[in-house]
Design a protein around this ligand. Sequence first.
Ligand SMILES: *Cc1c(COP(=O)(O)O)cnc(C)c1O
Length: 411
Amino acid sequence: MLTLPIYFDHAATTPCDPRVVDAMLPYFTEKFGNAGSRNHKFGWEAEEGIDRAREQAAALIGANEKEIIFTSGSTEGNNLAIKGAAEMYEKKPAGQTGRGHIITAIHEHKAVLDPCKRLQKEGFDVTFLEPPRDGVITAKAVEAAMRPDTILVTLMWANNELGTINEVPEIGRLCKSRNVLFHTDATQWVGKMPTDVERDGIDLLTWSGHKIYGPKGVGALYVRRRNPRVRLVAQIEGGGQERGYRSGTQNVTGIVGFGKACEIALNEMDADGKRLLAFRQKMERELTRALDVTQINGHAERRLPHILNISFGFVEGEGLMMAIKEIACSSGSACTSASLEPSYVLKALGIGDDLAHSSLRLSMGKWTTEEQVDYAIAKITEAVKKLRLLSPLYDMHLEGIDINTIQWAAH
Ligand SMILES: *Cc1c(COP(=O)(O)O)cnc(C)c1O
């Protein structure tokens, strides 16, 4: 039996895996110690839990456990990586201009854009690359933006709205050859796709528990320790936990859950990815077959298996969301979010306001069933058809009138 509403918003957050919850439970009660207590069993037990989680997290990305810093999630990880690296490797002291050059892109997550804008205010030069229509940042584009004073490149591995995949191993290799640090916000990638920080040339990598079936409020930052040994200026200071990079009593339960989620992801991502890719392709095939003037946003192939971003012409975004209330998903429309603008990510790709407003981001997860996929296809098809019946513009389109050539009456 299908229970409604169905959850198609796994790029926003995932449910916690029951196996993760089971691993966490003892650390709330019997094993409640402070991992910083070095003199008794309570502290040692908590520390053992964290040590295991550090190994599990490192194994997921091909790192050494000494290279893992536990954080409160990707927002904090990105802030620490970007501000911490900029402040450590700056060319001139604070308060001056020309402190160093940083490369990022305009369709990054806000948790990367806002730290970069802060650094810009504080005297760093920042290049915000503009993606081509397919949304993919290439190594070539990064190379063209490089300067002698470039200190850091920060580009996400996969985009959270589109699922598009940047040329990360290539960008990593380019940065290595130029002795420039490379940070990647891999929140949507790690735990879904195979990752090896050595092979992929990554110096700093951010990911988060709640996007990989772990708990919210916990994540990790990978900080390379050799070739080169990367150092950061701490952004949260205090008791010196996490090798001084992130002070504060460790969130033992959260970290244990995060570790377990990493272990499960390593074992199950291949099978999950294969299944979800088939589902995504089915949705794409059936929605574009049933509905004309429909476009899939982002690169045709370079996309994560479980995310589909799709726009429907001649449909109003708010109306569409109202008509598919049984499907919990995200929209590129302003009406459903706190801001007034349509998605800045879709805008960055040159997608017009109308198609941005009428876009849906459907993201599937470990427990998505084929029955749910079929329901979503049927529901969306029905809703779009119904809304178009009410659209005079769609009628004109069917009659072959090019909407763009119409002379609208002046207001
Ligand atoms: C969810 C997400 C974040 C924010 O992660 P939190 O752990 O919620 O702070 C950052 N970047 C990307 C790409 C994301 O998808």
